[in-house]
Structure formats: structure tokens, C-alpha cells
Write a protein that binds this ligand. Structure first.
Ligand SMILES: Cc1cc2nc3c(=O)[nH]c(=O)nc-3n(C[C@H](O)[C@H](O)[C@H](O)COP(=O)(O)OP(=O)(O)OC[C@H]3O[C@@H](n4cnc5c(N)ncnc54)[C@H](O)[C@@H]3O)c2cc1C
Length: 529
């Protein structure tokens, strides 16, 4: 029997790597725990409502296109994109700000003296975006020696690694509305704009200069396109099947054990499900990272998602609305430091039925996202209070009665991320892009001690969000092909990089010493402790 590459998890990163490898001639099987592909990007249907439970913001459209072309999807096969104009609305305590689709119009929202500051931000971030797309987002980040080349050394200082997203934005302006516009995208990739690295201002650049898009039939089209393409290529997709264990021999996985089968025809494995979950299945000596490393990592927020089906239309054209009328830092302090929801939480509203057919005729489909802390246990009382607050707020804001018109209500919370996705600390969008969790400091795209185990997805490089996850499927698959038949043992650069990353993340001499000894024994005696 010909050996297979197994992909654990059929989220977007897993689907992309499956297509890439299949296109290169390998036999590929995806094992997916749930009854649908798409992972965090999934929708469920009830009585004519299509509730999207995941991403709704489509930025960096060129990266989507680049990845699709890379895996053999032609431009004609791609879905049709709508450019949103306006892009979205921000509700401040004292006014609303509607963000237009075109940059030239966005500038006009601000006083003349602020416009040149915005131009400078966009100019600098454009440079970062172009360099990132060409180089950094495609690095394997396995060894620090990868960075010793001209393009990295030449460009490294333009990335403002030493600054936080917030400090970087403050460098340009102290206008509070402009600052919020520049810094809020950091919430996608971090616990706060204060802790995300300034290099990620490429997100704000993409929103400001390129705009926000939407696939004409909704975000689920991304999954449909990838899934149909993988089936067309001949990828075998096994749904409703969960990885539960591995059998390892001589630094190789020889059996994948699921709740339904034992697979023996294994060539390589790419794990696209949560990294920590996969490591938890390995015997201690085969784990790349000690427990202390995981404990020190900072995760992006989790969330409470409220799906509402209304039997009437809302008197508005709003699509994406950010209710930032309470203090953002207070919300983040509550969910990260005090591990509780604030009494007046910030939230994001998406009225998906305004632009896609996600609700029956004359009905409305509302998606409400309230950020919560990773690892928080959300109880019924939290949900009831948050729900009451949000409904009252929407009733006051839109000057309508909602309660009697809600015909469908579904809630998805922290614990559901853990049970549905095996999400570490119930994270919704992976690891934060803190400067100390960037590049080689993120979990590696390949196991250090198992020669046929690789990783892709939002917990590894380049990071969380749809465009980085799509890219990660390509980066990891390319590396798998390049690395075929090689042993990890004598990769001294990788060994040093791993030791360094564990020291920087844990700041523990004892933990680092243990990893150092483990590396010595592994390299010189092929012995794992
Ligand atoms: C509510 C929400 C809103 C978001 N909003 C945006 C947005 O607007 N824009 C944006 O760009 N990004 C957004 N994101 C982030 C984006 O959706 C994710 O970063 C991306 O989808 C992650 O893809 P992935 O392939 O890495 O992981 P996943 O999608 O999590 O895929 C991993 C897969 O592994 C499967 N799995 C887990 N355990 C097992 C097992 N034991 N056996 C087999 N399979 C298993 C899971 O079921 C899952 O299908 C959002 C995420 C969430 C949750």
C-alpha cells in the first residue's frame, strides 16, 4: 500500500496543506473531528438562518488569492468578492464614525493636520506589509540562522519590533479617534494593543489602504472553495473522526489512532489542530516543549458568540459595527487580569443578512461577539447578564424593540471552543502576537524529536487569522517536501534556537538546563529523556 500524508484537522490551514501536497503528487488524508470542514470557520443552519460561527472580516485579499493560485485554484474558480463601502462603523461614547471603503475618503474623517499623520502611518506600514508578504510571512522560523541574510538584516529595523502596537500608533497621533482606528485591529491578534508588536501594523494598513471585503455568498465560501478543490484533487476527507493517540517507534509516528481506526500506512503527519492538544498526546520525552513553556504563553481572547434570528428587519444599513463606547482597556483588564466579564462589555455586531442570504425573507441574522479571557469559565449567570446588556444596548441604539422579535437564539462560549476544537485554554484565535511570541519564539512548524510530525495553523508561524493560517499551510507543506528523508538530530541551529526560545519564554534557568541536557543526549546519543 502506498504511504499517506495525514493531516489532522480540516480547518483552513489543514485544507490548504492537503491541496498543496496532493498537487505535488502525494496521497493525502484529512482526519477531522467535527462533521464539517472549516474548523473555526463554520456555519450551522436552522430554519432558514445560516449562522456563521467564526470569521467575518476579510482583509489582505491578495494573500488569499496568492494561496489559492499556489494550490491550483484558477482565478475563474475563485468566488466573487464584494468590496464594502462603508467598511464598518465604530460607536464611540460621544459619536459614531463610519469608515468609508476608500482611503481617500477615510482621510477626510479627520482634521487636516491629522491627515498627513495618517498618510505617514500608511506609508510606513505599506513598506512593512510588502516586505512581510515577500519574506517574513514565509519564513520557517526554525533556526535563527535563517535571519542571517541581506533582506532580513536590511529590513529588520523598519519593523519597529521594540515598540508595541499602541506606542507605534501614538508615535503618529494623539487624536483619540484616529488612534482607535489605527490600533483596534490589534485585538484580532492579541490581548491588547499594548502587548502586540508594532510589526503587525500591517493589519491596519490592509484595512485602511486595501479595504474590507466579503465573499458574495458569505465567509463560508472560503471553506466551500477549499473543500471542493481538495476533493477534486483527490484528497480523502474523513469527517467525524478524532485523533486520540499515536504509536511512536525510532523517532517516527508509525500508527495514528483515532476513535474509529488505527492507521498504519503513515509517511508524514501535519497537525493543524491545536498544537498543545497534539503535544499532550505524546509521551513526555517526545514533546518539543516543556509544560512551563505552555504555561507562559499568552493566548488571544476567547469569546461569547450570540447568534440571533429576528422575524423583522432592523431599520439600518449597518453590517460590521464595533461598540467601543465603553473603555477598551477596562474590558481587557477585566477579562485577562480579573478573569471576569465587565458589567458593561464591549462587543462587535455583524448583521450578516444585510449583505448575504443568511436569513429567511424579511428576517435578520445577528452575530454578536463579546471578547472573554482565555481559560475563563463562563457560567449561565455571565451569559444572562451579558445577553441582557447587549439587547438593551441594541434596543436603545437602534431605537427598536428586539426581545419579542427574537425567534432563534444560539450561544457559543469559551467551553465550547475547548470541546469542539480541543482548544488550549479555550482560545478562539490562537497565540497573541506579543514580541516574545513572534518568529522563532512561536511553537515550531516541526516537532524537534519526531521526524515525521509537522504543524500548521494559528498556533504556529506566521500566526492567527485567515491569511496567516492559509499561508502556514503552504509554508509547512513546502518544508515537509524539502525535509523528506532527513533526520532532525544534527540540526544544530535548530537545537540552539529551541533552547534560546525556551529560555526567553520561560525565563527559567532550570527548565532551560533540562532542555539543554535533553538536546545533548539527543544529538550525541540519540537518547531522549
Ligand atoms: C469567533 C472567531 C472570529 C474570527 N474572526 C476572524 C476574522 O474576522 N478574520 C480572520 O481573518 N480571522 C478570524 N478568526 C481567526 C480564524 O478563524 C482562525 O485563525 C483560523 O480559522 C484558524 O484556522 P486553523 O486551520 O489554524 O485552525 P482550526 O480552524 O481550528 O482547524 C483545526 C481543526 O482541527 C480539528 N481538530 C481538533 N482536534 C482534533 C482531533 N483530535 N482530531 C481531528 N481533528 C481535530 C478541529 O475540529 C478543526 O476543524 C476568527 C476566529 C474565531 C473563532
Amino acid at each position: 500500500m502506498r504511504k499517506q500524508i495525514y493531516i489532522i484537522g480540516g480547518g483552513v490551514s489543514g485544507l490548504v496543506s492537503a491541496c498543496y501536497l496532493k498537487k505535488k503528487g502525494y496521497d493525502v488524508t484529512i482526519i477531522e473531528k467535527n462533521n464539517v470542514s472549516g474548523g473555526r470557520l463554520f456555519e450551522f443552519k436552522e430554519e432558514g438562518f445560516h449562522f456563521n460561527n467564526g470569521p467575518s472580516w476579510y482583509w489582505m485579499k491578495d494573500i488569499f488569492e496568492e494561496v489559492f493560485l499556489d494550490i491550483g485554484i484558477s482565478k475563474q474558480e475563485m468566488y466573487w468578492l464584494i468590496k464594502l463601502d462603508p467598511q464598518y462603523k465604530i460607536v464611540f461614547p460621544d459619536k459614531d464614525m463610519i469608515i468609508p471603503g476608500e482611503y481617500s475618503e477615510i482621510r477626510k474623517l479627520f482634521p487636516i493636520n491629522e491627515r498627513s499623520k495618517l498618510d505617514s502611518f500608511v506609508k510606513e506600514s505599506k513598506n512593512k506589509y510588502q516586505i512581510s508578504r515577500k519574506y517574513f510571512l514565509r519564513y520557517k522560523n526554525l533556526s535563527i540562522f535563517e535571519y542571517f541574510n541581506w533582506e532580513t538584516l536590511f529590513n529588520i529595523f523598519s519593523f519597529n519590533f521594540h515598540l508595541s502596537y499602541r506606542d507605534y500608533c501614538k508615535k503618529f497621533t494623539d487624536n483619540k479617534y484616529l488612534q482607535t482606528l489605527l490600533e483596534w485591529p490589534a485585538l484580532f491578534i492579541g490581548s491588547s494593543p499594548k502587548s502586540v508588536s508594532a510589526m503587525y501594523s500591517i493589519l491596519s494598513y490592509s484595512m485602511l489602504a486595501e479595504g474590507t471585503y466579503l465573499p458574495a455568498k458569505g465567509m463560508i465560501e472560503i471553506v466551500n472553495l477549499l473543500e471542493n478543490h481538495s476533493k477534486k484533487l483527490g484528497v480523502n476527507i474523513k469527517l467525524n473522526e478524532s485523533l486520540i493517540d499515536y504509536k511512536i517507534k525510532n523517532n517516527k509516528i508509525i500508527n495514528i489512532i483515532t476513535d474509529k481506526n488505527i492507521y498504519q500506512d503513515i509517511e508524514d503527519i501535519i497537525c493543524s489542530c491545536d498544537y498543545n492538544f497534539n503535544e499532550s498526546l505524546l509521551p513526555d520525552n517526545y514533546k518539543t516543549y516543556p509544560n512551563k513553556y505552555w504555561q507562559k504563553l499568552e493566548l488571544c481572547p476567547s469569546c461569547i458568540l450570540i447568534h440571533l434570528g429576528l422575524n423583522k428587519k432592523l431599520p439600518t444599513k449597518d453590517f460590521h459595527v464595533l461598540f467601543f463606547d465603553n473603555n477598551l482597556d477596562h474590558h481587557l483588564n477585566c477579562i485577562y487580569d480579573q478573569k471576569k466579564l465587565p458589567s458593561e462589555p464591549l462587543f462587535y455586531l455583524n448583521i450578516s443578512s444585510k449583505l448575504s442570504l443568511t436569513a429567511p425573507y424579511d428576517c435578520e441574522n445577528l452575530f454578536i461577539l463579546i471578547p472573554t479571557g482565555p481559560g475563563m469559565i463562563i457560567n449561565q449567570k455571565d451569559i444572562e447578564e451579558a445577553y441582557k446588556y447587549v439587547i438593551n444596548k441594541l434596543e436603545t441604539y437602534y431605537k427598536i424593540k428586539l426581545k419579542d422579535n427574537i425567534i432563534k437564539k444560539k450561544i457559543f462560549k469559551n467551553q465550547d471552543f475547548s470541546s469542539r476544537f480541543n482548544a488550549y485554554q479555550s482560545n478562539a484565535y490562537g497565540l497573541t502576537c506579543h514580541p516574545l511570541q513572534t518568529a522563532f519564539l512561536k511553537p515550531r512548524i516541526m516537532s524537534r524529536y519526531i521526524n515525521n510530525l509537522y504543524y500548521c495553523g494559528q498556533l504556529t508561524n506566521p500566526g492567527p487569522g485567515l491569511p496567516p493560517c492559509l499561508l502556514s499551510g503552504i509554508v509547512t507543506s513546502k518544508y515537509l517536501i524539502q525535509n523528506k528523508g532527513q533526520s532532525n538530530r544534527f540540526k544544530i541551529g535548530e537545537s540552539l534556537t529551541l533552547i534560546l526560545s525556551i529560555f526567553i519564554r520561560t525565563f527559567s534557568f532550570f527548565t532551560t538546563l533540562k532542555v539543554f541536557i535533553k538536546e545533548i543526549l539527543y544529538i550525541f546519543f540519540n537518547y531522549l529523556i
